[in-house]
Design a protein around this ligand. Structure first.
Ligand SMILES: Cc1cc2nc3c(=O)[nH]c(=O)nc-3n(C[C@H](O)[C@H](O)[C@H](O)COP(=O)(O)O)c2cc1C
Length: 382
């Protein structure tokens, strides 16, 4: 959501007044941001050290669906928390699996930085392409290895964001920058990008229309609204989902201008203005980027996630904003036409488009909330 526009829509006086002085300072959800401070610094166990970075991975709707078993010496077994799936917008948990791929890649990078190689056994008890279940996603074995090379992208981890603001429409994204992003992908994942005016215009239109479908479809829109965390106390109680923290949203919440109920009420100004803000960001895009895989197995999705993390970090290293726009890639009936259209446009040779994103230069924003690592560890060595 865009701060400046929200101020305008809500009647500047009240909101701007609330944004000054001590209120601003005290409404930052410090506890929910603490995992960004703790990463790498408070743990001596190399697995926990690496995992303290992995929990900062990008993931759909910031559900943070990972669970970790540390009961075996030198190993971390990663599970998905099946209570944190997105059944309406992600019916086969394809996107959740991509987020787990981001997590595993960040864990691997962090371990490498600490002199450990991670041997990864993916889906050791098998996989189901329709649903994720309680079988492990990966068994990661940590091995001290002096030959392991630190990954140069790792130093951008704490600065990485998904930048959801409108981008600077005067500042082009060069083809050279796009090539640099594409260069960090591999492992059976195919990347593509465009800054061509006509292509970008078509993709803006398609991603906008797909967003409208998601918003107009009650159950998919409600899945997002149910995950709105409005104001410091909600964000700190549940440091996940879609975060609306900061004094402006807090004041709007307190004065009844913004709530989950209002966001769901199609006759309210919260609904129409919120919709407008999201669509404006989609329009304020200078280039697009996508990742695809020839097949669509769980391993393909994990590999797409590993590459997505790398692309996101590479964008950070270039000072470039990047935001996934997943709506057109979602597999529910109302989205079928847009799903076919995006595949026709960017994957005419076949395969599955796993990630689609907008690019541009934009404002700097704070980190997004995280559950602490301790909340994600199911079992430890005794
Ligand atoms: C598979 C996947 C799909 C995503 N889809 C969207 C999306 O459609 N729209 C969006 O704004 N962000 C999307 N995101 C970004 C997440 O919302 C973001 O990673 C999460 O909120 C945490 O924020 P951070 O990346 O700034 O740490 C997606 C991320 C992943 C990994």
């Amino acid at each position: 959501m865009n701060r400046r526009k929200f101020v305008a829509l809500a009647g500047g006086g009240v909101i701007l007044a609330a944004g000054t002085g001590g209120f601003l300072v005290t409404r930052t959800p410090d506890k929910a941001l603490q995992p960004w401070q703790d990463a790498g610094s408070v743990y001596s166990d190399p697995r926990k050290k690496a995992l303290s970075y992995a929990i900062l991975a990008p993931n759909p709707h910031n559900r943070q669906p990972w669970l970790i078993d540390l009961s075996k010496v030198g190993q971390a077994t990663i599970y998905v928390d099946t209570d944190r799936l997105l059944p309406h917008t992600d019916p086969y948990s394809r996107q959740i699996t991509i987020g787990l791929g981001c997590f595993l890649e960040l864990m691997r990078m962090a371990a490498g930085h600490d002199g450990f190689r991670v041997d990864m056994d993916l889906f050791p008890q098998g996989q189901d392409s329709e649903a994720l279940d309680r079988r492990p996603i990966a068994i990661a074995t940590f091995v001290k290895d002096s030959t392991v090379k630190p990954d140069p992208l790792f130093k951008h981890v704490l600065a990485r964001r998904s930048l959801k603001e409108p981008y600077d429409m005067e500042r082009a994204v060069s083809s050279e920058v796009l090539s640099k992003l594409q260069a960090v992908t591999g492992d059976g994942v195919v990347s593509g990008s465009s800054n061509d005016r006509a292509v970008v215009q078509s993709l803006r239109a398609l991603t906008r229309d797909a967003m409208i479908v998601e918003i107009e479809t009650h159950r998919t829109y409600k899945e997002s609204v149910d995950l709105f965390r409005i104001g410091k106390s909600e964000v700190e109680a549940n440091p996940d989902g879609i975060d609306f923290s900061g004094p402006m949203f807090e004041t709007m919440h307190l004065t009844g201008l913004f709530s989950r109920e209002a966001a769901l009420d199609r006759t309210s100004s919260s609904f129409s203005q919120g919709r407008e803000i999201v669509l404006k960001s989609i329009d304020a895009t200078m280039a697009h980027f996508w990742l695809g895989t020839p097949g669509n197995s769980r391993n393909d999705q994990i590999n797409a996630g590993r590459d997505w993390l790398r692309v996101n970090l590479a964008a950070t290293s270039l000072g470039l904003g990047i935001q996934p726009l997943s709506q057109a890639l979602q597999e529910y009936p109302e989205m079928a036409t847009h799903y076919e259209e995006i595949h026709r446009m960017v994957a005419p040779e076949g395969g599955t488009v796993q990630m689609l994103a907008r690019l541009g230069y934009g404002a700097s924003i704070p980190q997004s909330p995280r559950w602490p690592l301790s909340a994600k560890i199911m079992k430890e060595q005794v």
